[in-house]
Design a protein around this ligand. Structure first.
Ligand code: ADP
Length: 153
């Protein structure tokens, strides 16, 4: 029997946006299992509570059997290895993302050499959406509903 193909899609998801949703919906078709890894970094203060994001993401994908969400607080590469994930999914919006992701993927492979990073190019309608822009708008009282695949309240 061939080995099942497991991928992780890691991120801070502070908050999880329609851009992230699009990457999950496209990449879930390519793998037997897709684990959304919600990074819990105690040194980085979050804007949106981790538990809130975990619940929202869990609800959105509850009917998709091969998608699950897990919180982790270790290196992404060791998290991937402990879940036998052979693939790491990242989204690319522009050359700034590329420069950053290129470095990270080399380092990840150094830690876990069988980890293959797969880049998904953003869908044009979501290319301008970022968690930081959503945080900024939200903190100034603007509605951010149209950037998110769920309601905040
Ligand atoms: P991190 O803090 O690890 O960079 P983010 O939550 O900001 O995590 O993003 C997780 C992944 O989603 C990254 O690969 C990022 O490039 C990608 N991403 C973020 N927004 C979009 C978008 N609008 N379209 C495609 N990919 C995106």
């Amino acid at each position: 029997m061939s080995k099942s193909r497991i991928a992780i899609f890691p991120g801070s998801f502070d908050p999880f946006t329609k851009g992230h949703y699009d990457i999950v919906m496209r990449s879930r078709l390519l793998f037997d299992k897709l684990i959304i890894g919600l990074g819990d970094n105690p040194d980085k203060e979050r804007f949106f509570q981790l538990k809130l994001m975990q619940d929202k993401i869990g609800l959105i994908f509850k009917d998709f059997e091969n998608v699950e969400v897990r919180v982790y607080n270790e290196l992404t590469a060791t998290f991937a290895r402990s879940h036998q994930a052979q693939f790491l999914i990242r989204g690319l919006r522009n050359t700034t993302d590329f420069e950053y992701e290129n470095t990270i993927s080399q380092v990840n492979r150094h830690i876990y050499e069988n980890l293959e990073t797969i880049f998904m190019i953003t869908s044009p309608q979501y290319a301008y959406i970022s968690s930081s822009i959503v945080r900024e708008l939200y903190s100034f009282g603007q509605s951010v509903d149209k950037f998110l695949p769920y309601n905040l309240d």
